[in-house]
Design a protein around this ligand. Structure first.
Ligand SMILES: Nc1ncnc2c1ncn2[C@@H]1O[C@H](COP(=O)(O)OP(=O)(O)OP(=O)(O)O)[C@@H](O)[C@H]1O
Length: 342
């Protein structure tokens, strides 16, 4: 089913994130800034959602992104889709720095990367017909040359939605059908890259499988590349070529999917994948991790994972481990790898 990277060794990066950080915090007004400068007030808290992330998405691949809630997956997804700017670092789209793009180039890059969210109802205007919803963006951007109705039908069919029902409103459909409309809407602007943020999480398991299969069929048909954000390891294992594991704003490990499940290297990944009672046969769930995820308002120094790591030593408390290759295509950010290498 999925094309392995070994079959496409020369695939060029579609998207390259270099040292990308993103913080969130309220910007104090002038009076507050003066008070802070004079030491009369404390600076407002800043959330470090992403911390110097390096990540490459290659053309044609499905890159799965996993990690506990709040580790920065959605923030990374939104930056990858171009709908949120980084606070620092570079986002290279097809080799070009997004910040340097303007006019038509920026518009093309924006259209080429589309995001598919978890809740299609929130993304679909309840007063618009399915036809209007799918036609809206391509019409604005002058992408419909001929018959609008035929254009819409084509994309609805690609998403497995019966065009005969296109005059109805979103609430007249089930969650699965609405997910298909949402997908048709994204496809209608002819993207190269889909960022799926928990796109199947809200659906029943049988519908989830249908939508995942649809994503994979579309990948073949339309030559799509995916960044697939999910908290469900079963879904990620099923759909991805490579997996990136995030912990508290950092990518701590990255490897081809089979490699990461067979030989997890980072202690965080190992704990995440640890054997747990299976709720459904064949379904992998996150292991219940010891300790709480520290606050991104005040992340631990050194390796962010050290307070929860059974193997932590002094160096982990002070020095940020660099992610480096430990096997072909497999990188991990753990000081223990240096000790083993030595
Ligand atoms: N617009 C925002 N303003 C302030 N803080 C934000 C904003 N967006 C995200 N955050 C914070 O950034 C951190 C990372 O959030 P993000 O949604 O990227 O994580 P996540 O891994 O996708 O979590 P989840 O799986 O729960 O969606 C969190 O602490 C979150 O509260």
């Amino acid at each position: 089913m999925s094309m392995s990277l070994t079959e496409t060794p020369a695939t060029a990066p579609l998207l390259d994130l270099r040292q990308v950080s993103r913080t969130f915090g309220s910007r104090p007004d002038l009076a507050a800034r003066i008070a802070i400068a004079l030491g009369a007030a404390k600076p407002p808290p800043v959330v470090h959602a992403l911390d110097e992330v390096n990540l490459t998405v290659r053309k044609g691949e499905v890159l799965g992104l996993v990690g506990e809630s709040g580790c920065g997956k959605s923030t990374l997804g939104r930056i990858a889709a171009g709908i949120l700017p980084p606070s620092s670092g570079q986002v290279l789209w097809k080799g070009e720095d997004r910040q340097r793009l303007s006019g038509r180039q920026l518009r093309d890059a924006d259209l080429a990367a589309q995001m598919i969210f978890q809740n299609p109802m929130a993304a679909l205007n309840p007063r618009m017909s399915i036809e209007t919803l799918v036609a809206e963006a391509p019409q604005i951007h002058g992408m419909i040359q001929g018959d609008r109705s035929a254009y819409v039908d084509d994309y609805l069919r690609k998403a497995g939605f019966d065009p005969a029902m296109k005059r109805r409103l979103p609430h007249q459909f089930s969650g699965g059908q609405r997910a298909r409309v949402n997908i048709a809407r994204a496809l209608a602007v002819q993207p190269d890259f889909l960022v799926c943020d928990e796109s199947v999480a809200a659906l029943d398991v049988s519908i989830q499988a249908q939508i995942l299969n649809l994503f994979m069929d579309l990948r073949e048909q339309l030559d799509l590349t995916y960044l697939f954000v999910s908290h469900d390891l079963g879904v990620v294992e099923h759909i991805s070529d490579r997996v990136a594991i995030m912990y508290l704003g950092r990518v701590v490990e990255e490897a081809p999917v089979a490699e990461v499940f067979a030989r997890p290297n980072h202690p965080y990944t190992q704990q995440l994948l640890a054997e747990v009672p299976r709720i459904r046969p064949g379904k992998r769930r996150f292991a219940a991790m010891k300790g709480e995820l520290p606050s991104p308002l005040d992340p631990p120094k050194g390796c962010h994972f050290h307070p929860r790591c059974p193997m932590a030593h002094e160096r982990c408390r002070v020095e940020v481990p660099k992610r480096r290759e430990i096997a072909p295509g497999h990188s991990s950010a753990c000081h223990l790898n240096d000790q083993q290498a030595a």
